[in-house]
Ligand binder design. Structure first.
Ligand SMILES: CC(C)(COP(=O)(O)OP(=O)(O)OC[C@H]1O[C@@H](n2cnc3c(N)ncnc32)[C@H](O)[C@@H]1OP(=O)(O)O)[C@@H](O)C(=O)NCCC(=O)NCCSC(=O)C[C@H](O)C(=O)O
Ligand SMILES: [Mg+2]
Length: 283
């Protein structure tokens, strides 16, 4: 599958210590799972969680869901062991929290051959986002908006204005280097309207999907980050109109009163590829 088309609409955190939740994830309609050894696991549970998680992954059953293991920072007492253990696990990528420099990614790359993902959640990380996204092993970025709010000492607002610069910097960095980027979590997991609005905002900005903390959030994220029927219909009509114009020696077509040029056809084909990839997941 084309990596740009692979869906990351819903990316669910699961504490690596919770065997029942790890089991439940095998049947949840998520595109990706972050199996967490960091903040969702209490200090006294860290080494048990490593074993619980390795066992669950070895048992398999996660199908097409991308399996991402979030380790503890390499400067913590658990990070190095987590990284070595994750390298042996049946997972697709390793996620490092609080990434601020490319040297941190170099240090992780020395401990694992897996593709690397970076949590973007500190002011220094924001300012170094371009270099982090350019790292040769970096495949994806995850916004850590809870840690970011803590570091910025900002307030949570429905419009996320205090986060706008940070979200924008990371988006620019990821898009410039072809990395996947998923939005931060929405903490009020019973507030469907609030989640829907934040998902729509993230989709409008260009995020590939949203990180989630509870299964009740999955359907809303899947809907928000999938191409709509109107978008796929327009994409098909744009392609048909452009091909017809092209055959007549024209470089521009008009659909619904708007011009369609070659660059719009690139977007139209991406929309259809994403819709096809989601269709394939749904079987
Ligand atoms: C928030 C929760 C603690 C709520 O848990 P709980 O009270 O058990 O919820 P429910 O009773 O409603 O659960 C219903 C069933 O769903 C399963 N479940 C719950 N959460 C998950 C999950 N995340 N993945 C899979 N399955 C889940 C329960 O087991 C129940 O199943 P069953 O028994 O069969 O009925 C809990 O949802 C939770 O722990 N969520 C994850 C929290 C987490 O991972 N936090 C860390 C990441 S957030 C973060 O740090 C981002 C970043 O770093 C930043 O800075 O922003
Ligand atoms: Mg965090």
């Amino acid at each position: 599958m084309d990596m740009r088309a692979r869906p990351y609409r819903s990316v669910l955190y699961i504490p690596g210590s919770k065997g029942r939740a790890l089991d439940k994830a095998r049947s949840l309609p998520v595109d990706a799972i972050i199996m967490d050894l960091e903040d969702a696991v209490a200090a006294g549970e860290k080494s048990n969680a490593r074993v619980t998680l390795a066992t669950a992954l070895a048992e398999g059953g996660y199908g097409a869901r991308m399996r991402i293991v979030r380790i503890n920072g390499l400067d913590t007492e658990w990070g190095q062991d987590d990284a070595r253990a994750a390298n042996e696990m049946e997972c697709d990528a390793v996620l490092l929290p609080k990434v601020e420099t490319t040297e941190q990614l170099d240090a992780l790359a020395a401990l694992t051959d897996k593709p690397l993902w970076a949590m973007m959640e500190t002011p220094k990380g924001m300012l170094n986002a371009a270099a982090i996204a350019a790292h040769p092993k970096l495949a994806g970025m995850v916004m850590g908006t809870n840690d970011l709010a803590k570091e910025l000492q900002c307030r949570f607002r429905p419009d996320r204005l205090p986060m706008a610069t940070s979200l924008g910097l990371c988006l620019l960095a990821a898009k410039a280097h072809g990395a996947i980027i998923v939005d931060g979590v929405y903490n009020a997991f019973k507030d469907e309207e609030g989640l829907r609005a934040e998902c729509e905002q993230g989709r409008d900005m260009g995020f590939d999907g949203k990180t989630l903390i509870h299964p009740a959030q999955i359907d809303i994220a899947n809907a928000a980050f999938a191409p709509t029927d109107a978008e796929t219909d327009l994409a098909r009509r744009q392609i048909a109109a452009f091909e017809e114009a092209h055959a007549e020696g024209q470089g521009v077509a008009v659909v619904d009163g708007r011009i369609v040029e070659n660059l719009h056809i690139v977007t139209a084909r991406e929309i259809l590829a994403k819709a096809d990839a989601i269709g394939a997941l749904n079987g």
